[in-house]
Design a protein around this ligand. Structure first.
Ligand code: UDP
Length: 354
C-alpha cells in the first residue's frame, strides 16, 4: 500500500508529524509532498526542523494569488502523483493546498482521503469553509476529529465513501512532543511568568483586512493591561498593520510583547502557560481545549463546536464590550477533553490502510 500525503501550510505540517513513523511500524510505504503554500523559515522550515519532518517532494510555487497558486499546485501535484503512483492521497485541513490536492487526486483517478473532515462553520464567507465542502464532496475516506463532523457529513455520504471517527492528529503532536515543549525557554526569554500573561494570535481576513479590525486589536490590548500580552504576529497581520498605517500605534502599547511567528515548541509552552488566549485561529481552539486553558475566540462561529460544548473555548463577537465581558466571565472548571483526543489518532488513520 503506497500512501502520499500532501501538505502546504503551518497547520497542515502540525497534523502529520507522526505519520512516517507509524506507517513504517505498520509496513506501509508513505511519502510526503509539500505544495509550497507556506514556504518561509517561520511558517514552514522551523516545523520541518523541529519535527524532523522531511518532505520527500517539494513544489516551488511561483504564482501569486489564490487561483494561480491553486492551479500551479494542481499541476505540480499531478506530476508527483504520476511519479509516485500512490494507492491513496491523504491531505489534511481546509487550506488552498488541501483543495489543490483533492482536485489533483480526482483528476488522476487517485483515491482521496481527507484528514480533519466534516468540520463546518456554516459560514460560506470563510474561504476555508468552501475548501472543506468541496474536498469532503470528492473524498473517498473521511477522517473525522469530533462528533459534529459525523453529523455534518450525513449529507455527503454515499455507498462508496468511508467515514472514520479517529480523533485529532494535531493532539497526537502535542502529546508526542511534550518533552521538547517543556524544555522551551520562551517564558524566560520573553520575561513572562506562568499564568500571568495573555497569548494572542489574529490572522483571518475577516479580522485583519480592515481598519476597524486592526483598531479593535489595539483596543483589546488596552483591555488586557496590566497583563503582558505575547503576540506572535502572522505575516498577513503584520502586512495589514503596515498597509493601514497602524504599526506605530501598536508599537506604543507598552505591555505588548510582539514577536515573529514562533516555532511549535515555544508556542505550545505559551499556550499551556497563559492565563488565557485571545485568537481567531482554528487549531488553537483545540490545543487550548486539550490543555484546559481558557480560550476566547473572536469569531461569530466555529467549525470546531466541541471546543465550546465541552472544552475551554468561548466565541465572542468582535466588539470591545463583548470581549471585556468574556474575559471577566471566563470559567473552565467543567471542561473536558473530547473523545479520542488521546495521542493515538494517527494509528487509527493508518490502520484503515494496513
Ligand atoms: N502556531 C505556532 N506558532 C505560532 C502560531 C501558531 O506554532 O506563532 C501553531 C498553533 O499551535 C497551531 C497552528 O499553528 O498548531 C495553527 O495555525 P494557524 O492559526 O495559522 O491556522 P488555523 O488553525 O487557524 O488554520
Amino acid at each position: 500500500m503506497r500512501i502520499l500525503i500532501s501538505v502546504g501550510t503551518r497547520p497542515n505540517f502540525i497534523k502529520v508529524t507522526r505519520f512516517k513513523a507509524v506507517a513504517a511500524a505498520l509496513g506501509l510505504d508513505l511519502s510526503i509532498v509539500h505544495t509550497g503554500q507556506h514556504y518561509d523559515d517561520n511558517m514552514a522550515k522551523v516545523f520541518f526542523d523541529q519535527f524532523d519532518l522531511r518532505p520527500d517532494r517539494l513544489i516551488s510555487l511561483k504564482a501569486k494569488g489564490p487561483s494561480a497558486q491553486i492551479g500551479e499546485m494542481i499541476m505540480g501535484l499531478t506530476d508527483v502523483i504520476a511519479d509516485v503512483k500512490p494507492d491513496v492521497l491523504l491531505t489534511p485541513g481546509d487550506v488552498n493546498s488541501t483543495l489543490a490536492a483533492a482536485i489533483a487526486a480526482n483528476k488522476t483517478g487517485t483515491p482521496l482521503a481527507h484528514l480533519e473532515s466534516g468540520l463546518r462553520s456554516h459560514d460560506r464567507t470563510m474561504p476555508e469553509e468552501i475548501n472543506r465542502i468541496l474536498v469532503d464532496e470528492i473524498s473517498d475516506h473521511l477522517f473525522v476529529t469530533e462528533k459534529s463532523g459525523l453529523h455534518n457529513l450525513a449529507d455527503v455520504v454515499d455507498g462508496a465513501k468511508r467515514i472514520h471517527f479517529v480523533g485529532n492528529t494535531m493532539i497526537d503532536t502535542l502529546v508526542a512532543f511534550q518533552p521538547q515543549i517543556q524544555a522551551s525557554s520562551i517564558l524566560s526569554e520573553c520575561q513572562l511568568e506562568e499564568g500571568k500573561f495573555v497569548l494572542m494570535t489574529m490572522h483571518r481576513p475577516a479580522t485583519v483586512d480592515h481598519l476597524e479590525g486592526l483598531q479593535l486589536i489595539i483596543d483589546v490590548l488596552g483591555l488586557c493591561a496590566p497583563r503582558k500580552v505575547l503576540f506572535p504576529m502572522h505575516p498577513r497581520t503584520l502586512a495589514r498593520f503596515e498597509e493601514f498605517g497602524l504599526k506605530s500605534a501598536l508599537m506604543d502599547v507598552s505591555h505588548l510583547v510582539l514577536t515573529e511567528p514562533l516555532g511549535y515548541f515555544a508556542f505550545q509552552r505559551l499556550v499551556e502557560s497563559a492565563e488565557f488566549i485571545l485568537t481567531d485561529s482554528g487549531g488553537i481552539q483545540e490545543e487550548s481545549t486539550f490543555k484546559q486553558v481558557p480560550c476566547i475566540t473572536v469569531r461569530p462561529n466555529t467549525e470546531r463546536p466541541i471546543t465550546c460544548e465541552i472544552g475551554t473555548n468561548v466565541l465572542v463577537e468582535s466588539k470591545l464590550d463583548s470581549i471585556s465581558k468574556a474575559i471577566q466571565e471566563m470559567d473552565c472548571s467543567d471542561a473536558k477533553i473530547p473523545d479520542l483526543w488521546d495521542g493515538h489518532s494517527t494509528e487509527r488513520v493508518l490502520e484503515v490502510f494496513a
